[in-house]
Design a protein around this ligand. Structure first.
Ligand code: ATP
Length: 870
């Protein structure tokens, strides 16, 4: 394609049609020929490489070294080393599989929020995934869209595109549909082309796709290939750090114990075995995998409640959110607008009834309709609305009075326009009429009236606006101006000035049903909801009061008032302000920062092009899935697929639950590790007493078996726990709160000591009869106590309540864990590999009885805790 060609030449060359687009048959043929519109992904690591990467974990290296040295030191016990290797291999395989699954579900998530394109195909407007675009497709562009592929501009209404991603030029480029004087112009000067990965910042236009996929300019830049890098959250990093520290610490302890045992005259072989067992006991092998899985499962659950997490760390941040700043229209309200009132200077405020409306009202609504991009199409006995609800409400009102857009288009030919934007809060269109050129401007009454020539009824119009807004109506004004010719300078200051006022209309937008409850629930959970809206302060106040956002003692301020405040003033007053009305998107960043300076974690919603700085500045940027622009979605941490405020509160609940589950898992796994270390360490300390040589209570294989198999199963199940029922009664977690806060560290310690002591008692009791009996009993007590203990950890509430049955996965994990344990003990080949002795009933009962003790002890502490809280 040449830039010197006219748009029509390009369209013909590509064999397409501007008004009807490609036919389905053409699309099929071209897709077969050119493939899909996607960039080649960076090749992923092969399965083998991922498998081998598992062995770069220092903890795993310690284990393998231990196995190797064991075999050198004591070749007779090769089975031991073999089992270690098998378990480690099994764990590596499990790791690869689980990571693969987690990654797949995150990739599926990314696909869900993949960009879409608005095209015309077979004469109809359609929204398709950008991937399915093909050469010759006609794409409609409006502010906020990502350009889905390279194309030639065929129509431009003040179309401006930010091409900084491609050219580095930060000022948006004005695009034209005209042919350029020459070919071979540099990328930044190809004003009649649009390029994939750039963004429409203003205006409206149409382009015809000229290239797709790797043929796009962005495909030619090698560095911009899609990168599917692994994402980890701060908590994951913190836990990885903790695991490493534990590993290091354990090496030191091993060396000390080794020295101690050598010093006490124990043989080097024995001392070495103890040291290896200790190393295995102390390393939380399964922890990292468990946390990865819990996060992935949690994120999947959130999808089911309509929140797509785009950035994994947001899952953790959600649990700390204490301020939710929400847009009004569509998020708190239904965005189902209906015109219910009109105002004309001569007639005053009237209820709007299409059947009985007079010609003056019909004319008023005609001006509104002509100044709208929405469309209303009858389909299967119903009216289908296409476009922004504010606009379709206007078009619908006219439609009901018998004035349709296609009919109007016969008399009124649109020639220029100044698109709506949230900062200006109005829009203007130019029409060629029999009486010359007419511009129609519609927007917020306070804004439009300010741009009108002075007229006698101005005060009355302002009062009418106020009256309607008090009823929670969204009010729009319309004004006109005549011109001799289309002005050269299409600036707002020039065009949207010296207008003649026509009238007002008021439309109702009912609140969403579930929002009031969600706001109350949030408040209960220490989360304050703030309304930020472009709407008029009176309308916003009425709705905010109705929803419980604006309470006595709190106030609503407007954008201009906010602008007039210094940072200090805002800081002093921010706690009292619940509603910000008539704000521009630029104000949002200031509000976010002010709350953040007060130490709050802020969630912020957004949908427009100019919302992306606020979405980025907020701790949790939430973009609207339905009405949101690509730009907003790209900047957000989370996308709400139903645009609903209540979804944010659901997501916070899930976020709190996920964090809780990770804490429970860490408690579960680390208390097990401490129990194991204490068992080995305790035995070796007791062995220092002359005549009390206890030997090693558990072999590395036993410990690995427990850490990687019987502990991992309940740990995954705990990760599936539903959030605690009272989770939304808690205050938000402070963002600098330590992971081990609220006594978690202490709980891990005492529960570890308890499990270690019980295991040691079990060992000592059995060891009196034979070393192997002691070892088997210790193994049973340790493995079973963990399986029982998982029910303690699952909830803060008593296990003697109905919550005990709430997690079927945990029961499954328990059953499988017990089954595997029985296999190891009673299948002869396994029993001999694990050096298991046959236990008689009394030994078995003691071992099982001791394993049950944690349930009783923890129940008592839970009871004590409940009593102390009362
Ligand atoms: P929120 O920010 O809560 O989503 P909003 O929808 O009112 O609220 P904007 O879409 O930025 O925010 O609109 C701001 C104001 O601009 C509206 O209150 C209204 O007065 C005016 N307005 C909205 N849509 C249009 C439109 N299509 N044409 C002209 N004016 C509009």
């Amino acid at each position: 394609m040449k830039t010197s060609q006219t748009a029509q030449e390009v369209i013909e060359e590509l064999g397409t049609d501007l008004s009807a687009g490609l036919t389905e048959q053409q699309v099929k043929e071209r897709t077969e020929r050119y493939g899909y519109n996607e960039l080649q992904e960076v090749k992923k690591d092969s399965l083998l490489k991922r498998f081998l990467l598992q062995f770069t974990d220092p903890l795993i290296i310690v284990l393998i070294l231990a196995a190797l040295i064991s075999i050198i030191v004591d070749p007779g016990e090769w089975i031991d080393s073999l089992i270690i290797v098998i378990v480690v291999l099994f764990n590596a395989i499990l790791g690869v599989v689980q990571e693969n699954n987690a990654e797949k579900s995150l990739e599926a998530l990314k696909k869900m929020s993949a960009p879409q394109a608005k095209v015309i195909r077979g004469g109809q407007k359609k929204v398709i995934p950008s991937r399915e675009l093909t050469v010759g497709d006609v794409v409609l562009l409006e502010a906020g869209d990502f350009i889905p592929s390279d194309g030639r501009i065929a129509e431009s209404f003040n179309l401006q595109i930010d091409e900084s991603a491609l050219t580095g030029e930060s000022v948006p480029v004005n695009k034209t549909s005209e042919a350029l004087g020459q070919d071979d112009v540099p990328l930044g000067d190809r004003k009649n082309m649009a390029f994939s990965s750039t963004v429409v910042t203003y205006g409206r236009g149409t382009m015809v796709v000229t290239a797709i996929g790797m043929e796009n300019e962005v495909g030619k830049i090698a560095g911009m290939l899609m990168n599917s890098g692994k994402e980890t959250t701060p908590l994951q990093n913190k836990l990885a750090q903790i695991s490493k520290t534990i590993g290091m610490l354990c090496l030191v302890i091993c060396a000390v114990v080794f020295g101690m045992e050598m010093f006490s005259g124990m043989g080097i072989l024995e001392a070495f075995k103890t040291a290896v067992a200790l190393a295995v006991a102390a390393i939380p092998e399964g922890l990292a995998t468990v946390v990865t899985i819990v996060l992935a499962l949690g994120v999947n659950k959130m999808v089911k409640c309509n929140a797509i997490v785009r950035k994994l760390p947001a899952v953790e941040t959600l649990g700390s959110a204490s301020i939710v700043c929400s847009d009004k229209t569509g998020t708190l309200t239904q965005n189902k607008m209906t015109v219910v009132k009109t105002y004309l200077p001569e007639a005053g405020i009237q209820d709007f009834k299409a059947e009985t409306a007079g010609t003056d009202v019909k004319e008023l609504m005609r001006w509104f309709t002509l100044c709208s991009d929405g469309e209303v199409i009858p389909e299967a006995g119903k009216l289908k609305m296409i476009g922004d609800p504010t606009e379709t409400a206007l078009v619908e009102a006219s439609y009901k009075m018998g004035e349709t857009k296609p009919e109007l288009a016969k008399t009124y030919v649109r020639s220029e326009e100044l698109a709506f934007d949230s900062s200006r809060k109005m829009m203007t269109v130019f029409y060629q009429t029999d009486d010359g050129i007419l511009s129609i401007t519609k927007g917020g009454p306070d804004i439009v009236l300010g741009r009108c020539e002075n007229f006698t009824g101005k005060a009355a119009a302002e009062e009418a606006n106020e009256t309607m807004a008090k009823d929670a109506l969204r009010v729009l004004a319309v004004a006109v101006r005549r011109w001799d010719a289309i002005p050269e300078n299409l600036d707002s200051e020039n065009v949207e000035n010296h207008l003649t006022f026509v009238g007002l209309c008021g439309m109702i937008d009912p609140p969403r049903d579930e929002v009031r409850d969600a706001i109350a629930q949030a408040k209960h959970g220490g989360i304050r909801t703030i309304m930020i809206t472009g709407d008029h302060v009176v309308t916003a106040t009425a709705i905010a009061k109705n929803l419980g956002i604006l309470e006595p003692g709190q106030k609503a301020i407007s954008g201009p008032e906010l602008s007039a405040m210094s940072d200090e003033e805002l800081e002093a007053q921010i706690e009292q302000i619940s509603v910000y009305a008539r704000v521009a998107p630029e104000h949002k960043v200031r509000i976010v920062k002010a709350w953040q300076d007060k130490g709050h974690v802020v969630a912020m919603t957004g949908d427009g092009v100019n919302d992306s700085p606020a979405l980025k500045a907020a701790d949790i940027g939430c973009a609207m899935g339905i009405t949101g622009t690509d730009v907003a979605k790209g900047a957000a941490d989370m996308v709400l697929t139903d645009d609903n405020f209540a979804t944010i509160i659901h997501a916070v609940r899930q976020g709190r639950g996920i964090y809780d589950n990770i804490r429970k898992d860490v408690q579960f796994l680390l208390s097990s590790n401490i129990g194991e270390v204490l068992t080995i360490f305790g035995a070796s300390c007791i062995s220092l007493i002359p005549g009390w040589n206890l030997g090693v209570p558990l072999m590395p294989v036993h410990l690995l078996w427990i850490n990687l198999i019987t502990d991992s199963l309940p740990a995954f199940a705990i990760g599936m726990e539903e959030p605690e029922p009272d989770i939304m009664n808690r205050k938000p977690r402070s963002k600098d709160e330590s992971f081990f806060a609220h006594g978690l560290g202490w709980t891990i310690a005492w529960q570890g000591v308890m499990i270690g002591t019980l295991t040691l008692i079990s060992y000592i009791l059995g060891n009196r009869d034979a070393h192997e009996i002691g070892m088997t009993m210790a193994f049973v007590t340790l493995a079973l106590s963990q399986l029982f203990h998982s029910f303690n950890v699952k909830s803060e509430h008593s296990i003697f309540s109905k919550q005990i049955f709430s997690n079927k996965y945990l029961w499954g994990a328990f059953a499988v864990g017990v089954g595997l344990q029985l296999l190891v003990m009673y299948v002869p080949f396994l029993a001999s590999a694990f050096s298991m002795a046959a236990l008689d009933p009394s030994h078995l009962m003691i071992a099982v009885g001791l394993a049950f003790v944690p349930v009783i002890v923890v129940e008592i502490t839970k009871l004590a805790h409940r009593m102390s809280q009362r």
